[in-house]
Design a protein. Sequence first.
Length: 510
Amino acid sequence: MKDQLAMDLFSLWKKAPALQIALLLCLGASLIYISIYAWAFLCIAIIYLSSLSFSVLRQLLYSICLIAFGALYAYSFLPKIPSHPVSGQALIQILDKREVTYFGKTSLLYKISLVAMETEGGASYTNIPCYLSYKKDLPATHLYYVDPVTLSPTMQGGLRCKISKEALCIPSSKSSPLTEWRYKQKQKALQHLRNYIQEDKVYKLLAALTVGYLDHKALRYEFSKTGLQHLLTISGFHFALLATFCLFFLTFFIPKRPRAAVLILILGAYVLYLGPAPSVSRAWIAIFIYLVGEMFEIPTQGLNSLGIAASATFLSNPLEITQLGFQLSYVATLGILTFYTRYERWLRVIIPQRDLPYLLAMPKMQQLLYYFLVLIRKGLALDLAVNSLTLAILLCYFGSFPVMSIFYNLLIPPLFTITLFLLLVGFSLTWCPLLCSWIHTLNEHFTSILLSVIATIPSRLHLTLYTPKPSCTMTLFLLWGIFLLLLYGSSRQGASYGIFKLSADEAHKA
């Protein structure tokens, strides 16, 4: 069995060397940030299995060097964090800001970096990321000298700053204008929606899809209890729809290669507008690599794109790997790219694949029914591929998993696509207020019905799996075991399709 697993890993690393590099870098960082014993075991297991199919010495040195570099690089970013509230004077840099409403009161939530802080006891801290809730509008074009400021650890393991009304808040040296530009553009987009959308719940959802964050606790709860919360964050699903929307119009005016370059510029501007987030950076880098391949007619590979995106995120800020958003985004995408094909083939036992001559001989109604069943099969395979690897992480963080989310994700996301499409059309018609108003009104009525369906799903259908929250070590072993179990035997099949092997005929049908 170990020899077969070694061959499976060899096949995976051969097809996606960038993924191997990203994994080893993240493992090295995890030795510093998470559980040294558990991750050390995983490092040894990967090196051992890989060395069975590679040159032992070469693979050993290669893996150790990457893991050591990842650990040292992550350690250089490790901030000194106080374990109890401290007060003093600080120099802060605003990284992002947005409006939030809590119990009817609106304030600004700033994502900041404490460039330097001197406490009253004489201790000093540098480059600490934290959040600040403040009613005054601080333009992000400057760094600020603040005295006094209180830094407190939160229950979630993060840090929060507090500034009193009487505190000095003096602009210091200039900072990047991008953050302030992003905030103002998002405020304009929100004002545009407010001019056309009357129902508050629908407005909050469309606002979340427009600016990338949700400020409505009831909506967040309704989507989370059905396992649909991933629809509320900007991800590859939203990027793919935007790229398709832009591509549809660009096809009529621009040839293929220049069209890819124009699309890169449009999506790049969209990324600057949204701001940094793991799911955004992953989707952007993957689409960027694909479009560059289209420009120069170079074939691209999804797993390599995922590895490049993970490596780029790691090198920009290794602390990202400790965030739930990073873990779910990359692990879910890894599950899709590696195991979707296998699940889809297994489900053909229930919903068989039909040859084209056989399909054409069917009556029209049976053909439509067959196409619907194929969509169900592919959607179910996608859900299973995602949840196979993310289940362990969700149980680790929340201790529960909505089982029925597998079925909700078959029905709701296709309808949700209509909301996103109408939202894009509405924003693209701002030059024609009458058409823009009609589209937004249509979207408001449709989205209101969709939200009512989600909110009124009978409670008896909310089948949820509850477990004691497993430790980080147990989660790691479970995740690694599932991955190897599903990977096992993948290299024993025919010609390539994805990272797995299918016959040429099966690959054509898939």
